[in-house]
Design a protein around this ligand. Structure first.
Ligand code: OGA
Ligand code: NI
Length: 337
């Protein structure tokens, strides 16, 4: 089955049939807005309350923002991207050992998004890893490239700290206690998807990832510094997110939309592919504990703003998410109260 990986196939000169979207589902690349930006927030700016209010504004209006001066060493970001690319360049026999399309596996190399459920493929391979607690999972990670475990563990630790700090700022921006969301999310898990989008002969007919929202709490994306591809839906139009040097792209996942009773949005986004260049991205997902009960703090529920979702455990949500196709309607809609 590892033969399904794009990164081990020869170069394609046209798109195989099973990647071609019907006409009404194609990305309409000419209509994408390229001169708008999602907010850029300097986390080391001296006025913390201003930073908090910028984060609040971004979460309400875009569901997305970029952060600079975020405290993660730039050298580590570059090493992470380097080792990611090196991984996808390994010989097919090495990669075949890690191939699986079972979403329950804690280390797996796969392709598209959920091939057991989908009918049309996406132009993407990905390595998905569970990352917290590190001691539990690192022994199962790839040993090749030889620096993989060391670089990725160091990166995971830094990104987790950044994510937890952002959750504190997000709590404050809602008028909640600083630790309110972190407490509600319980002992958070952390997953990583290292995404590899090979160059694609016909990018106008397919996606790297189709429009989706992220099922977790908070996503911290390290995008390819040289190739754009991420697009975010804003007021009915797709905005291209141009890579910004040394920045992370942060987005609100479904669990923060539910925990904030819809005040902050888990926004549709997608990845498009490129005819000339391969692209890499590293997504880190902070996930509620499986046992966390997702239910907003009372302060976010009022007569004018009644509870939007029934309460549920993250375990229940995550199972539902993977039992579906990424192209279906947003998973959170199935939990409306
Ligand atoms: C994701 C995602 C975007 C990208 O992995 O969930 O949205 O640019 N990735 O790779
Ligand atoms: Ni995503």
């Amino acid at each position: 089955m590892a033969g399904q990986l794009l990164s081990t196939a020869p170069d394609y000169h046209s798109l195989p049939e099973n990647y071609i979207r019907p006409e009404d589902q194609r990305p309409l690349l000419a209509e994408v807005v390229s001169d708008a930006h999602i907010p850029v927030i300097d986390l080391r700016a001296p006025d913390r309350s201003h930073v908090v209010s910028q984060i609040g504004h971004a979460c309400r209006s875009y569901g997305f923002f970029q952060v600079v001066n975020h405290g993660v060493p730039v050298e580590l970001m570059l090493r992470m991207l380097g080792v990611a690319l090196e991984f996808f360049r390994l010989p097919p026999t090495e990669k075949a050992k890690l191939y699986s399309d079972d979403p329950a596996k804690k280390v797996r190399l796969s392709t598209s998004s959920n091939i057991r459920k989908e009918t049309i493929r996406n132009w993407r391979d990905y390595l998905r890893l569970h990352c917290y607690p590190l001691e539990e999972y690192v022994p199962e990670w790839p040993c090749d490239p030889s620096s993989f475990k060391e670089v990725v563990s160091a990166y995971c630790k830094e990104v987790r700290q950044l994510g937890l700090r952002l959750l504190e700022a997000i709590s404050l921006s809602l008028g909640l206690e600083e630790d309110c969301l972190v407490k509600a999310l319980g002992e958070q898990g952390q997953h990583m998807a290292i995404n590899y989008y090979p160059k694609c002969p016909q990018p106008q007919l397919t996606y790297g990832l189709p429009a989706h929202t992220d099922p977790n709490a908070l996503t911290i994306l390290l995008p390819d510094p040289d190739v754009a591809g991420l697009q975010v839906l804003k007021d009915g139009r797709w905005i291209a997110v141009d890579p910004l040097a040394n920045a992370f792209v942060i987005n609100i996942g479904d669990q923060l939309q539910a925990l904030t009773n819809g005040k902050y949005k888990s926004v549709l986004h997608r990845a498009v592919v490129n005819p000339e260049k391969e692209r890499i991205s590293v997504a880190s997902f902070l996930c509620p504990s499986n046992y966390a009960i997702i239910s907003p703090p009372e302060r976010l529920i009022s007569e004018g703003s009644p509870a939007m979702y029934r309460s549920y455990t993250y375990e229940e949500y995550y199972k539902k998410f993977w039992s579906r196709n990424l192209d279906d309607e947003p998973c959170l809609e199935m939990f409306q109260s």
